[in-house]
Design a protein around this ligand. Structure first.
Ligand code: SF4
Length: 483
């Protein structure tokens, strides 16, 4: 057992960080396309706070603005006024990992090649990126960034030279590119959406009067007053042009694996993904937790934001009253986050506070969506006890997070995965809780019986739906040697 005193220091504040949100519009009505893409990105802000950008296609000429920061910081009025009107526009918000802070990789990316201009925005992670990079570089390709989007754009552009249309080029690129990708692309005259064959990341189609939209999540359509038409199917390519929407299903029909964490933590509760309401999924998770890990208590509360709905579900199933106890400051900007990078415990303190009057003298059940590195849960238990809670029972609305993710979150190694170091009992002791219970894998798998797709649960089980990058095999090998 690890006994490192600094166990909960110097690790990132949040658990799973999602890397991107994408949005696109094909305009057939009279409205401000840039303003509406901005609003769409604003609704997707939870998927990435590190950069934002918009590319507008004005008769094949694509102009792009992008910057580090949240949507309101990165895309100022002054900057947006430099963009022309256009028929097609795409946008992107991004969280990118600390070791790859690469301004050249901020999206959308705009490429100019022999067939015209191409703008691309990507959510996910390509698992064979090293192999494709190597192959293309051997052929003389030069890349400005190490971004997946640039690689995908390059592959599509090269396929376009030997195919008759952009849709054929995208379908052909999908034969080559492995892993997780939900894309919006603007060609000179078309808006394209593409989702990898497993459907790791969501992608949805919306309509506002005669205009079409493609978004990472359906919540963005609601905020624009648009109608949610349907999801892009795993493996599907949709192309929108003057004649409407065309669908290509060459890569559809195989095993599907939507990231279970989209429902657990990443997506907004007002989104519907592949036929399942995120809100309902979290509510069911709370109910299942109450059945699997009952305990006598006076109050159930949740860690904002994603733990709140599960706490309501736990309360409904158990009959124990629900109440607010944890208050989160949602407005931690990049400046504070950067200043506090090496003092993450302090950052947790800035971000989270406890309503003392709610918990004083009470036996409290606190629900969180997941425990990845353990930073936040340790601090929350401490805060609740300091506020006078008599007992603190921690319940987690997902199974122990044991394995890295290669499909678009920032958990790329086993480093600091707390569930690998401690059993539930050990971790409970370590964080000072009175009991700790995770939702079982079986419980998780039963939460969405109406889902149109299967779920990826690889971070819990180690059973990856695809081949994984080569370094994982090396990692496993070194683990064997250590034993
Ligand atoms: S490994 Fe986990 S976080 Fe990654 S895609 Fe699968 S379920 Fe999601």
């Amino acid at each position: 057992m690890r006994t490192d005193k600094n166990l909960f220091n110097d690790v990132p504040l949040k658990g799973v960080q999602e890397e991107c949100g994408v949005f696109g519009i094909y305009k057939n009505d009279d409205f401000d396309i840039i303003g509406e893409v901005y609003n769409g990105l604003y609704a997707l802000q939870h998927r990435g706070q590190e950069s934002a950008g918009i590319a507008v296609n004005n008769n094949g000429d694509i102009k792009c603005v992008k910057n580090p920061g949240m949507v309101s910081e990165a895309l100022t009025d002054k900057l947006l006024k430099t963009l022309p009107d256009g028929k097609i526009a795409i946008g992107h918000v991004r969280y990118y990992p600390l070791d790859a802070r690469d301004v050249a990789g901020i999206q959308p990316l705009v490429m100019r090649y022999i067939k015209g201009s191409l703008a691309i925005a990507h959510n996910g992670a390509i698992t064979n990126i090293a192999e494709i990079h190597h192959e293309l570089e051997q052929g003389g390709a030069i890349f400005q960034s190490n971004s997946n989007a640039e690689l995908i754009a390059y592959v599509i552009a090269s396929k376009r030279l030997v195919t008759d249309s952009i849709e054929e080029a995208v379908l052909s690129a999908m034969d080559m590119i492995k892993g997780a990708y939900s894309l919006v692309i603007s060609s000179p005259s078309k808006l394209i959406g593409a989702r990898d064959q497993y459907g790791f990341r969501p992608l949805a189609i919306g309509k506002m009067n005669n205009s079409w939209m493609i978004s990472s999540e359906s919540c963005a359509f609601d905020s624009l007053g648009a109608e949610f038409v349907r999801d892009v199917e795993p493996g599907e390519v949709v192309v929108i042009d003057d004649e409407g929407l065309h669908s290509y299903k060459k890569h559809c029909g195989g095993k599907t694996s939507l990231c279970a964490f989209e429902h657990v933590y990443i997506a907004r509760p007002d989104s519907i993904i592949d036929g399942v309401s995120v809100h309902k999924f979290r509510m069911n998770a709370g109910k299942a937790l109450a059945k699997e890990h009952p305990v006598e208590a006076d109050l159930v509360c949740g860690v904002p934001d994603s733990g709140i709905v599960s706490a309501i579900g736990y309360s409904r199933e158990s009959g124990i009253p629900f109440g607010l106890a944890i208050i989160k400051n949602k407005y931690i900007g990049r400046t504070i986050a950067r200043q506090q990078q090496s003092f993450n415990k302090r950052l947790v303190e800035i971000k989270i506070n406890v309503l003392k009057a709610s918990v004083q003298g009470k036996r409290v059940i606190i629900i969180d969506d997941s425990i990845v590195r353990g930073t936040t849960c340790a601090h929350i238990v401490k805060l609740l006890k300091e506020a006078g809670a008599k007992e603190v029972h921690m319940r987690i609305a997902s199974p122990p997070f044991l394995n890295p993710c290669y499909y678009g979150t920032d958990i790329k190694s086993t480093d600091n995965l707390i569930a690998r170091q401690f059993s539930a009992e050990e971790l409970c002791q370590k964080i000072g809780a009175d009991s700790l219970g995770y939702l079982s894998l079986e419980g998780l798998n039963n939460l969405a019986p109406c889902s149109n797709v299967g779920f990826c649960t690889a971070c819990f089980t180690g059973e990856y739906p695809t081949e994984i990058p080569t370094q994982v095999y090396e990692d496993k090998f070194s683990k064997k040697i250590q034993k």
